[in-house]
Design a protein around this ligand. Structure first.
Ligand code: HEM
Length: 348
């Protein structure tokens, strides 16, 4: 054991080192703002609890609508006023930046895709994705037919339960949402009992859970040496990536210039157009890897969010029966239960 003076000197030097590093890690021009005091190394992570929105609310009451916390070693600014959030994200391109999360990339040390990158690569691909998804029907009436078809399939699937409890409503909705998105991006849909899609959905759920576990390593890097190695996340990530690589490979082998079927074909067309232009973002193997990751981003960003929103809506109307009855009455009045509801019904 070290003698007491040596122990104190070590702690003192370590604290000075930490304070020096902390000051140096401050981004240029960043002005410290009020916020709760945290622990060394962990910052405020341990104070967040499982209901972090409530803790954020308490901090906002104490420190104001904009305050600073530390997630491990990362300075994090929390904005809790909806008007301010809207102003920041709509008016100022400076806020389109993304934090780098090492270990989360689909391809190691190569930030790709749309949701987790910034700069020109993000701008060019985001614009391309939005334009192509719209051209293939996203958000248009042709997509409505696609969604109505999925609703029909889901109702048929629900009827199979014949009054018995439904174990996993969210997974069922995830498959419907996946089908709507995957038809536009890869021109394919899955049946509700297809083992490939069932595995994919349970993997997606596990990935989300494993991400939460792995997140602590992002914010408190020292945990990498304390926590058991987080292998499952990497394995699931690799399996997910393979799904997108296979989809792109099968599109490459059936590609026809004059018959673009979906987003993947549109991207391959752009890659072919830029095949002699090494400075293009759509050039070569990197662009192909970028396509794999964009597909993952669209599925990841669009699937759980939409399925969770619909699951909540169903839970609400299950709890508030009077609202459910009003909705049923309105549907009956408008459609006579003879046809699916449509967006154009909203005007009536
Ligand atoms: C209720 C449904 C949805 C919710 C609540 C939701 C929420 C969000 C939020 C909050 C962000 C911003 C994340 C950030 O700035 O870091 C985002 C980004 C994104 N979402 Fe959604 N989303 C939904 C549906 C969808 C759908 C259906 C798609 C598929 C086309 C999608 C694709 C994306 C993509 C690609 C991004 C990244 C955009 C970028 O970085 O520029 N989302 N979403």
């Amino acid at each position: 054991m070290l003698p007491l003076p040596l122990t104190l000197a070590t702690v003192f030097i370590a604290t000075l080192g930490f304070l020096y590093w902390y000051r140096r890690s401050k981004p240029k021009g960043y002005k410290e703002i009020p916020g709760p005091i945290g622990l060394p190394v962990f910052g405020n992570v341990l104070q967040l609890g499982t209901k972090m929105h409530l803790q954020f609310g308490r901090w906002a009451d104490k420190y104001g609508e904009i305050f600073q916390i530390h997630l491990g070693n990362r300075r994090t600014v929390v904005v809790s006023d909806p008007r301010m959030v809207k102003e920041i994200f709509t008016n100022d391109p400076a806020f389109t930046g993304r934090a780098i999360f090492e270990g989360f990339e689909a391809y190691p040390n190569e930030p790709l895709g749309i949701a987790s990158i910034e700069g020109e690569m993000w701008e060019v691909h985001r614009r391309f994705l939005l334009r192509q998804l719209r051209d293939f029907g996203f958000g248009k009436s042709s997509m409505e037919e696609l969604v109505q078809e999925e609703v029909k399939e889901t109702i048929a699937h629900l009827k199979k339960f014949q009054g018995k409890p439904i174990k996993n409503l969210k997974q069922m909705l995830q498959i419907s949402v996946l089908n709507s998105l995957w038809t536009i991006t890869a021109n394919k849909r899955f049946n509700h009992d297809d083992p490939v899609v069932l595995k994919m959905m349970s993997d997606l759920q596990m990935i989300l859970e494993e991400m939460m576990k792995k997140a602590i390593v992002l914010f408190v890097p020292i945990m990498r040496y304390i926590m058991p190695s987080i292998k499952l996340f990497d394995q699931l990530k690799a399996e997910g990536l393979k799904f997108y690589i296979d989809a792109v490979d099968s599109h490459k082998s059936t590609y026809q210039e004059d018959n673009l079927r979906d987003f993947i074909d549109a991207y391959l067309k752009e890659m072919k157009a830029q095949s002699n232009n090494p400075s293009s973002m759509f050039y070569g193997d990197k662009a192909e890897r970028q396509l794999h990751v964009i597909l993952g981003d669209v599925m990841f960003a669009g699937n759980d969010t939409t399925a969770t929103t619909i699951t909540w809506a169903i839970m609400y109307v299950t709890k508030f029966i009077n609202i459910q009855q009003r909705i049923q009455k309105e549907i009956l009045e408008v459609t006579g239960n003879a046809r699916p509801v449509s967006l154009s019904d909203r005007l009536k």
